[in-house]
Design a protein. Structure first.
Length: 454
């Protein structure tokens, strides 16, 4: 062993490391290690750069989506601000053209087994508005029949539909989206020809479907509003007629009384006729007051079986005096429904009408209720004389009555229908002469959100 080895205590197998600046062969491995480290760092930086690019792209996409949703929210607000169907359709086409950069758009509404172009915009809108086609025919008919959208990038290559000739559209790209409610297609929303000449994209299809969905909701709202306005107009027209007749009679007899210098007996007849006219007016006002009272009744949840028992008990004296039997068929443990106070008024009215229909001849009143498909169904049937078809079709018309003058103003059943409709239910009647009459009422189960319409 050398003196150096003996001094350090290590043998000849000890490893020797080069000093800094040494030109010994062990130093040659360091540049390779440094290159690998640098390459690893460079790779990490490139990965970060790619992630940043991806995040920037995602942010741009999210920003575009936020802007799209903002424009759609504005379109929804515009749709629901419309006062009638015509104004709504004009707003819908305007928003379609704006959001989809489309040159042409149209809305087809379903009318039975046909589609009617209710509104259109674009170069040829005047020639297509009002045209009709069967459901199932053409692109819009195809969409309405299947309740599925159609997105065509190029009709020449699509193969599902023949190319549109006659110069009707500038490009071969279009979208047809169904306007759907719970019962099927209300219509079809169509857009064609992007302003930049490019085909419509999948994003455009999503936008069109959202617009069609919002249009369906707004269209149902405007139709309910228009139907309500029509009923109100009919009601006001009928009320005006009912008030004018007795007023004219009262005024005429008063004038005759003032101008008549003949015996007292004739003057007395004029005054009695005037009194009857005033009583008629009082009856109309009282009926209107009762209608308002029904409308203000509570919509709190209630058990239909209890309401029917109470309505029958309220008028049991009337049934006994007329010799009418009552049969109750109440299914137990029925779920509650909304409109307790209002429904009680409806049941009371229908039971009273049934007793009047049977009169003093006696008969049988059957009152029952059961559950059916998420609703409580009430049946009120009598064994009276029944009604012919011409009377049956007018039974819910305000001021229409089959009772003798002075015994009914004809508002009860009209109010009943309004109440049941507000509770999202249905009321139907069946009757034949000599076979009695049966009313059927269906009201959905109560929910925590409430079932009554405003």
């Amino acid at each position: 062993m050398s003196s150096e080895a003996s001094r350090t205590g290590y043998g000849s197998d000890a490893v020797s490391y080069p000093r800094s600046g040494s030109t010994e062969p062990g130093r040659a491995g360091w540049p390779a290690i440094e290159r690998r480290v640098l390459l690893s760092k460079l790779q990490a930086l490139e990965d970060r750069a790619r992630r940043l690019d991806y995040l920037e792209t995602r942010l741009r996409d999210l920003n575009c989506e936020v802007q799209r949703l903002s424009r759609l929210a504005d379109a929804t607000h515009t749709f629901h601000a419309a006062d009638d169907t015509n104004q709504l359709l004009e707003a819908a086409l305007g928003k379609c053209a704006e959001l989809l950069s489309a040159r042409a758009a149209s809305v087809c509404l379903r009318d039975g087994e046909e589609l009617v172009v209710a509104k259109a915009c674009g170069p040829l809108h005047a020639s297509v508005e009002g045209t009709r086609s069967p459901v199932g025919q053409g692109v819009a008919g195809y969409v309405a029949a299947r309740c599925e959208p159609v997105h065509v990038a190029d009709v020449e290559r699509d193969g599902r539909f023949p190319p549109r000739g006659g110069g009707r559209y500038a490009t071969g790209s279009f979208i047809s989206a169904p306007v759907l409610n719970g019962d099927g297609a209300l219509g079809v929303l169509n857009v064609a020809d992007r302003n930049d000449g490019q085909p419509f994209t999948e994003g455009d299809l999503r936008t069109a479907l959202r617009l069609a969905q919002d249009l369906a909701t707004a269209l149902e709202r405007t139709r309910r509003l228009e139907a309500t306005q029509d009923r109100h107009q009919q009601f006001v027209s009928k009320l005006t007629h009912e008030l004018r007749n007795p007023l004219d009679g009262v005024l005429r007899f008063i004038n005759l009384t003032l101008a008549d210098a003949h015996p007292e007996e004739r003057r007395r007849r004029y005054l009695m006729a005037s009194k009857q006219g005033i009583e008629r007016l009082t009856g109309i006002v009282n009926s209107l007051s009762n209608s308002c009272r029904y409308a203000r009744a509570s919509d709190e949840p209630a058990l239909v079986g209890e309401l029917l028992h109470q309505a029958v008990q309220l008028q049991e004296g009337k049934a006994e005096r007329r010799g009418i039997g009552v049969r109750l068929e109440i299914e137990p443990d029925l779920p509650p429904v909304h409109g307790g106070g209002s429904l009680f008024q409806v049941f009371t009215n229908l039971i009273s009408n049934a007793y009047d229909a049977m009169g003093d001849r006696g008969g049988m009143l059957t009152v029952g209720c059961c559950r059916d498909n998420g609703a409580v169904v009430v049946r009120i049937a009598d064994t009276g004389e029944g009604m012919p078809p011409d009377v049956l079709e007018r039974i819910f018309t305000p001021f229409f009555s089959t009772k003798e003058p002075g015994k009914g103003m004809g508002l009860g059943l009209a109010v009943c229908r309004e109440i049941i409709g507000r509770l999202r239910g249905e009321i139907n009647v069946s009757s034949e002469p000599g076979s009695g009459t049966e009313f059927t009422i269906s009201v959905p189960y109560a929910t925590t959100q409430g079932a009554a319409r405003p």
